[in-house]
Design a protein around this ligand. Structure first.
Ligand code: PGA
Ligand code: ZN
Length: 426
């Protein structure tokens, strides 16, 4: 099977925050057409692949992406069009060679990721396979993931003063994706009622979760537990659990974590999480400490790693080499996986491979700025890791992913749902 690209088209479109982003359309000689939309983060890791923005103050306050668009239709198209490719790996390798910067900063991670995602889709079509199956490697058993619905937003994704960025509900005990989505939507609706009753705003943050003016994370956790119960579910690690992403790099400075008017050390933070694990059914903590706080991460992994999933996001940036080092270092026991954070689908699959070989969990993730492209739903099923986060069960760009999972499940009733036994913690 070979893919011969006949034309690469790109344009500047808008993401869910109203910021410009790159959309790619790939035409192949076989007659197929596929499209991909590139998401964008707000709380980014310092070692992420670098997206390029025009910096022209007269357009989108400098955030335009016409340069990245030109790179797709120009230099990248010149290098890829007409070449017979027999695997995605070959396409991505050519993109890496062409860029030459090591971090995609020359052509732009937004240009490179868009082309790589489109090429992955094109290979699936050429192979007459669904995307999820074509993304599953030889050693992977595809699986429908537990959706992690971010129903309370804080940090950089909301202006509510809540220091922790994400409070998610995870229907670990649901029998299917369709039931998990229903649980997510029911708890979300119940939470709206719980918040309104207490006089809190039910306005939304960037990922579609509510953004009430809580200042303490424990307040958000308590309301979540209430909402899970009032929707008729058991708040527990076996039924509807909680996952959090404090995104701690965002409130870390000079070796201290600033929460409200209090300042904490790494060991204070670990202590705080330990108490939260006693008090709430939290099964996963992402970026509990800052990306540069390696010693803190080692201590946290040591002390909490057998009680809870500890996910590295800002510190790992979906980079297979960084994750491999962290495994040796005893940092975290899971990784967040975002295609545009590393820049190509092939490197994303390599990061997943490192996680699999190291028995690290892997949660496939959207970005806070999204498009309606549901690529990550297929990636999550193909990765077989049993976990995805794609925001609240509301807003088109978020539900595009959840609805795609429901469709995959409908068409493939033999696929298993949920977290594999090996990833349950404890
Ligand atoms: P971002 O945040 O998409 O704004 O970078 C998501 C996350 O921290 O997981
Ligand atoms: Zn994160």
């Amino acid at each position: 099977m070979t893919l011969v690209i006949s034309q690469l088209h790109a344009q500047e479109t808008l993401d869910s925050r109203g910021n410009p982003t790159v959309a790619v359309v790939l035409y192949a000689e076989s007659g197929l057409t596929v499209a991909a939309g590139v998401p964008a983060g707000a709380s980014t890791g310092s070692r992420e692949a670098v997206e390029i923005r025009d910096g022209d103050p007269d357009r989108y306050h400098g955030a335009g992406v016409l340069g990245a668009v030109r790179n797709v239709a120009g230099e990248i198209a010149d290098s890829l069009v007409g070449v017979p490719f027999s695997s995605l790996d070959e396409v991505d390798q050519r993109l890496l060679d062409l860029d030459g910067s090591g971090n995609k900063s020359r052509l732009g991670a937004n240009a490179v990721a868009g082309v790589s995602m489109a090429a992955a889709k094109a290979f699936a079509v050429e192979q007459k396979e669904p995307l999820w199956l074509s993304l599953a490697g030889a050693h992977v058993v595809p699986r429908l993931p537990v959706p992690h619905f971010n129903v309370i937003n804080g940090g950089r994704h909301a202006g509510n003063g809540l220091p922790f960025q994400e409070f998610m509900i995870a229907p670990l005990g649901a029998p299917s994706v369709a039931d998990a989505v229903r649980a997510g939507a029911e708890v979300y609706a119940a939470l709206r009622g719980v918040l309104a009753e207490r006089g809190f705003s039910t306005g939304l943050g960037d990922e579609g979760g509510f953004a009430p003016t809580f200042s303490r994370p424990e307040e958000a956790l308590a309301e979540l537990v209430k909402a899970i119960g009032s929707a008729g579910y058991k708040p527990s690690r076996d039924e509807v659990a909680i996952a959090i992403d404090p995104a701690a790099s965002e409130f870390y400075a000079d070796g201290r974590y600033q929460i409200g008017d209090q300042s904490f050390t790494s060991s204070d933070m670990i202590e705080m999480y330990s108490t939260m694990l006693d008090d709430f059914p939290i099964w996963s903590i992402e970026d509990g400490l800052a990306e540069s706080d390696d010693a803190g991460w080692r201590a946290m992994t040591d002390q909490l790693g057998d009680r809870v999933q500890l996910v590295g996001d800002d510190n790992f940036v979906t980079n297979p080499a960084i994750i491999a080092d962290a495994v040796v270092d005893g940092i975290a026991n899971a990784a967040l996986i975002k295609v545009n954070q590393v820049g190509t689908v092939t490197e994303t699959l390599m990061a997943l491979d490192v996680c699999r070989r190291s028995n690290y969990g892997a949660m496939i993730s959207h970005r806070s700025g999204e498009t309606t492209d549901s690529f990550i739903a297929d990636l999550a099923v193909g990765a077989g890791t049993g976990q995805i986060k794609a925001g609240a069960p509301a807003r088109g760009e978020r539900i595009a992913k959840y609805n795609r999972l429901i469709s995959i499940e409908q068409a493939n009733p033999a696929l298993a749902y949920g977290l594999p036994e090996s990833q349950r913690r404890p």
